[in-house]
Design a protein around this ligand. Structure first.
Ligand SMILES: O=c1ccn([C@H]2C[C@H](O)[C@@H](COP(=O)(O)OP(=O)(O)OP(=O)(O)O)O2)c(=O)[nH]1
Ligand SMILES: [Mg+2]
Length: 151
C-alpha cells in the first residue's frame, strides 16, 4: 500500500511493551497500549475517567499533530471511550502521551497492562492566521446551524 509515511521519533519507556502499530495494512491508526504496572490493572467504574499512561514520549514533526482516538470496539462493547476525543498531541509536546479514558457504560471496565486502549493518528495541521475584519461575506447558510437544515 502506498501512502505518505511520516517518521516520528519515539522515546519508549514502557519496559518491554511493543511500540504501537497498525493492525492492518490500511489501518489509519496505530493502537496505543496501556503502560500500566503488570500487577496493577485499572478499573473504571461507570462514569469514571483516568489519564492512562502509554509509556511513550514522542517528537511529532512540525506541521503535524497526533490525534488520540477511541477504539470503536471498546466503545461499543464496554462504553469505554476517549473523554477528549480526539485528544491532541502537539508537535512541541515532550511529555508522556496519555489516553484520557472514560467509562460511559453501565458496568465497571478493567484495563490490564498492554491492552490496546486507543489509537494514534498523525495528521497534518494548518496554522490559521486570524485577521480581524469589519464584516464577512454573505452565504446562503448564513447563521443557520445546529440542525437548521432539519433531521
Ligand atoms: O489526550 C491527550 C491530550 C493531550 N495530551 C498532552 C499532549 C498535548 O500536547 C498536551 C496539551 O494538550 P491540550 O492542549 O489538549 O490540553 P490543555 O488542557 O490545553 O493543556 P495545556 O495548557 O498544557 O495546553 O497534553 C495527552 O497526552 N493526551
Ligand atoms: Mg492546550
Amino acid at each position: 500500500m502506498s501512502r505518505l509515511t511520516i517518521p516520528v521519533r519515539v522515546l519508549p519507556h514502557g519496559e518491554g511493551l511493543p511500540l504501537p502499530r497498525a493492525q492492518s495494512e490500511g489501518a489509519a491508526g496505530m493502537d496505543l497500549l496501556a503502560a500500566l504496572p503488570a500487577d496493577a490493572p485499572l478499573t473504571l467504574a461507570p462514569g469514571d475517567r483516568a489519564a492512562v499512561a502509554t509509556g511513550l514520549e514522542m517528537a511529532i514533526p512540525e506541521g503535524y499533530e497526533g490525534q488520540v482516538r477511541p477504539r470503536s470496539g471498546l466503545a461499543l462493547k464496554h462504553g469505554l471511550t476517549v473523554a477528549n476525543a480526539p485528544g491532541t498531541i502537539d508537535c512541541d509536546y515532550r511529555g508522556e502521551v496519555k489516553v484520557l479514558l472514560i467509562n460511559l457504560g453501565r458496568e465497571p471496565v478493567t484495563i490490564a497492562r498492554g491492552e490496546r486502549i486507543a489509537q494514534l493518528v498523525v495528521a497534518p495541521v494548518t496554522a490559521a492566521d486570524l485577521v480581524a475584519v469589519d464584516s464577512l461575506d454573505a452565504t446562503r447558510r448564513g447563521a443557520g446551524g445546529l440542525g437548521s437544515t432539519g433531521r
